[in-house]
Each structure stands twice: as structure tokens, then as C-alpha cells.
Design a protein around this ligand. Sequence first.
Ligand code: BGC
Length: 747
Amino acid sequence: MKNALLVIASALVLSACGDKTPQPQNGLSDEVIEQRINEIMPQLSLDEKVKLCHAQSKFSVPGVARLGIPELWMSDGPHGVRAEFEWDTWNYAGWTNDSCTAFPALTALASTFNPNLAHDFGHALGEECLYRGKNVILGPGVNIYRTPLNGRNFEYMGEDPFLASTLVVPYIKGVQENGVATCVKHYALNNQEVWRGNVDVEVSERALREIYLPAFKAAVTEGHTWSIMGSYNRYLGQHCCHNKTLLVDILKDEWQFDGAVVTDWGGAHNTQEAAYNGLDIEMGTWTNGLTAGTRNAYDNYYLGVPFLNAIKSGEIPESVLDEKVRRVLRLMLRTSMNPYRKPGSLGSEEHCQTALNVAREAIVLLKNDNHILPLDPNTTKKIAVIGENATRSMCKAGGSSELKPKFEISPLEGLKKAFPNANITYSMGYAGGPSMYGRVFPPSINTDSLFKAAVATAADADLVIFVGGLNKSHQQDCEDGDRQSLDLPFGQNELIEKIAEVNPNIVTVFISGNAYAMPWIEKVPAIVQAWYLGSEAGQAIADVLCGEVNPSGKLPISFPVRLEDNAVHSFGEDIVYPGVEDGNQWLHKETYKEDILVGYRWHDTKGIKPLFAFGYGLSYTSFEISNLDYSTMKSTIKKLNQPEKTTYVFRITAKVKNTGDCSGSEVVQVYVGKKDSNVERAAKELKGFQKVFLNPGEEKTVEINLSSEKMKYFDVDQHDWVLESGDYEIYIGNSSDNFQEMSVRID
Ligand code: BGC
């Protein structure tokens, strides 16, 4: 019903403007949007304009009813549409018609290395937003995976800026082609949850530009996201939700972002900075607005009455407000006032299929000794499924990304279906305690007896499938807290060791959004990394274990052997992580001493072997990559009053052949390095990839274009990207630690 009202309201505005021109199918043209903005602006009172710049409820911004301008509704994000909240509290509304499709978490999407799936994911999510009357989805998240302790890594797309950039663009396009905006978050440098509200990040401009900003830049300049969310932390001493350098200089001036900047919930801190430093919409400044007892609480936001008064008194010019309002109206005309929006759908079969496709391609096979996997689907063996994660819901926790799924297939359910003739017994093995946001609760169950029962069940079985990992409780993979160590929690290491002792036929499956240590690695023949896979989790896991699906996921993160092997933790200093006090106990600061050497860039450059490398993942078949070659295209352009600019494009080719006996997909990856560089460089950096599907014996040629634009480094003194001449090493392979080499030259 709400949808219908919104459409009528926008139709009124349009007819009032006398629109007769033919329109494109899924939205108003840019020209028409700008025309509408020009028409609406003079009709708005000062009061109405200020109200457009801040929330009126937990997740909405008011419209202007007098002019038929509808409200703007937002929802978390980023793996599905979150259940409905009460107007003014953090209580769920208790609706019975808001159960969604839970899509896999973004780390899982990143593991697919498949931009087409990112598009399908975004498109389906956009349709779910339409059905729910949401105009802005609060996601995707593209903060870089800096430390495996970050509680929100599962919401992001891994440790490599090129991978995240390549996937974020089709995701955005998929969502926005529905007339629903993405709100790419959290811009920028929000790489941990500890002290997230105040930590001041000191990072070189080079690392900022080369590592932390590229995915945001791609989201803006290629994906054309219609909104972006500032982060809680600080940069150059200023909160990122009203940070001049990030929002005005880089985002709006340099990247020409024409959408609206939204605060993270409660991320605004003062009116002057909010007014001048690029913020457009203030959300969540304090919670429970009306019920807190303050009259018109939302009007008291920094961009509410204090802003209005400053304009009235002439302290802040009205043009500052107008600039924001134009952006908010643009966002509305693209979404809530888009008359071509479709009704959308929620939890449809197509959406579940998309969630399943992503989940299946996301699973990474890390180890498979003696081809223990896949298991025979007709097996009549006694299988012991052990581990709490075999039955625990992973959608209903984790902070703001939690979801109320229409259904969620657990691994145990999936396995029972995939192995109908097997004799499956289940034992919990360990207990993670109840899921509580912001708090750790010990389990009320006797963990000793769980341990013993699991070991006995394992000893009595032909095969063990252990399903463990992290969960979405506080200090696991959850917002507002970081993990306390790299180890698996709840005694799982001891349990796995003991099970492997009584039954060496053990297949391990781990559900997590982060890397973890594997001290028992030599004792288990098979390891499967399953991430948080959403509604179809159990189905996808079972499909891989029984061979219905040949795994093709690749790690979007490095798995270090020990925490100290990770760049950030190698320093062992609080100033590097999680930060130290900055003047008083309420403020912290942190220095990214590892600079550009994040993730595999650190492992490779420093010669620290990871447990599993970025880009790694096995298959049930085998592939051969051969015949590396390249051709060079050189073009020179000369613009008036500018120096001549030469661009090279290296067209890299390689043959890839399926040399095994089942069909499967391989991801051919291209990394670039420069040994004789004048500046410190990472040993290699991902600059291209392509996923190819091959039947047994089939061979295809992959072609990956590498532009010299991608080979530049950011020079802090010149404040610009610089292309060095000379030889570059090109590494082509199927992971960051398995490749062949050739070199190309730039004159
Ligand atoms: C999170 C955001 C989220 C917002 C609204 C904040 O705490 O950091 O990612 O979109 O809440 O729930």
C-alpha cells in the first residue's frame, strides 16, 4: 500500500511540472531530473529545505507533503533487506510480511571472483527493496580487510582494492537499475570496530589512494552510486561524516560525485562541519528521538534547528543548504520519485536461486588430501556431523547487517538431503552461547559433556563432517567489537585435534567472514571455507561436499599462519592497532605503519608465507595454464595546454585447459610487480582476472587487458599518479602464490 501512495505522490509532482517528453524505461533522464530540481527548489520554504537534510525516524527522511514529495526510506544492507523497525526505536516492528532472501555476505561474493554474480546479487536485492518500499539500501561495504580481527570484515569485499572495485561496480548497477539507490559504506578508513566512533587514522596519502580509496572511487566514477555513507572514525583529526578532505576535496570535487552523503547512524558531531564539509543527510544522531522525551527530537539534529538558526542569522549562507537540498532531491528523483519503478518482489524463487548461485561459487576448497572430497552422494556410511555451526542460524545476528530470512537451510539439513542413504548423527561438540549484539554471554550448557559426546560420536562413525568457525556474536564476526585472537573460539581447536585422533576421516567446514589459525592443519585431510552464505547456506555446502557443485571460490583474503604474520600485527604496537589515547580517554589515534603493504602485499614483499594465499582455492578437477603471451597497444593524446599523454594497453593472453575429469571453473589472475622501481612497491598486485568454465579436456584462451593506468603509483610529493618507465613483471596464475612470469616494457 505504501508503494502505491508514493507512486501517486510522485505522479502529482510530475504532472504539476507538465512533463510530456518520452522517458527511458527505468528512470528519469539526468536532464529531466535537473529540470525538476530547478522547478522544485524555489517552491520550498527554508524550513522544508532544512528538514530534507535530516532524519524524521530511525530510517527515513521526510518529504514535503504540500508539494507531493514523498519520504525517502532507507534500510540495512548489505546482504538483504533488514526487517522493519518501529518508527522511533531499535525494536523490530514484528511484521509478518518482511522476511527476506538472505544473500551471502560480501566476503562470500568477493570469493566468487565473478562480476556477473555481483550484478545478479544487486539486481535481486534491489527488487526486494522495491517490494519493501525502501529507496536506499545501506550498502555495499568496501572497507579493506586490514586485520583479521575486524568484526565487520564479513560485510566487506576482502583485502584487495582491485577485486573490491571490480565487484562493487556491477553490484551497484544491479541495485540501481531498479530505481533503488546504493549507499556505499563506510567512507573511509573504517577498518576496525574497536574505537570506531573516534579513532583518528593516520595513513600516508599513498596508502589512502592506492589501498583504501579505489573501491569507493570505482563505486562513484564507474558504478555511479547515488549515495555514500561516511564512516564513524576520524581522518586528519576530523570525523569522516563531515571531513573536508574526504568529502569535499576528493569525493565531490575530484570524483565529481553528484549524489548525497549520508552519515553513519550517529556519525555527525557538529553543525559547522556538517554544514561546510560535504554532509547532506544526517541520520541516527541519537536514538529513540520521540520517545527520549525531547520535543521534536529530530529537529534538534546538527543539521536541524541549529543549522536553520545559523542560516537565519546569516552565519551560514543559504547556498550551503541549497547545495545539500539539490543533492537530496536528486536522490529522491532517482528513487522515491522515479515513476518507472516496478513493484519488486520479496523472497521469490528467482532471488533464492541467485542467492544459491552466489553461495555455490563462493565456497573455497582449501585442502583435499587423497581426494577425500567429493563424498559419494549414495553413501550408506555412518556420518557424524559435529559442530554448533551445523545448526546455528547465521543470519539473525552480527549487528546492523542481520536479517530475518524467509528461510535458512542449515548445513545439517543440507547434508541430510544430499546424503539420503547415509546414517547421519549429529553432535553439537561446542557451544558459542546466545547471539547477543554488544555483549558476550557464556553458554549455559556443560561444555565438557558436549566435548565428550562429540568425541564418542566421532569415534563411532565412518566419517566426520565438522562444521565450525566463528559466529555472529559479539567479538566474533559482529559489529561494534573486534575478535580477541586469530584462534577459533569455544574450544574448537582442542575438539578438532581430539576428533582427528579418534577418526582421521574428517572433513572440516568453517563458517566465518575472517581468517583463523589452524594449528591442527596436518591432521585433517579436507578443509572447506564456507563464509556466511545466507538462506541457501546448507544447500550450497552440501552441494559442494557431494560433488553436485565443483568448488571454484578463491580467497579474497590471506590466511596468516599466526596473527603476527599479518602486516598490522607484525608491529605488535597499539598505535598500529587498535590505537592509543589521543589527548583524553574518549579519543584515540592509530597509525597504519604497514602503509601500502596490506594483506598479500605484505606476505609476498616480506617473504612471510601465508597458510593460504590470497586468490587460492582448489577444484575437484585440475587446470593447466600455458602459452603466456601479450601484445602492446600504445596511444598518445595531446590536449590543449596539457603535456602529451601516452597510454599502454597490454593484451595478455594465456591458454587454460581442464586437465581433469569433471567440469569446473578456474580464475586466471594477473598480478603486476616492478622490481627496479624508484619507490617501495608491493612484490605483486592484482590487476586483472577472468573466471572460465571448462568441460574435461576443454581449452580456452583468456584475454585480459592491462592498462598502464593500473600500473601507476601515487606520488605524494607530486600529489598525482605516476607511471614509471622500464620493465614490469607480469605474474599469471591461479592464486597469488602460484604463477608463471613474463615481463613487459614501458618506454
Ligand atoms: C552501522 C551502519 C548501518 C547503520 C544503520 C550503523 O551502526 O555502522 O553500517 O547502516 O548503523 O543501522
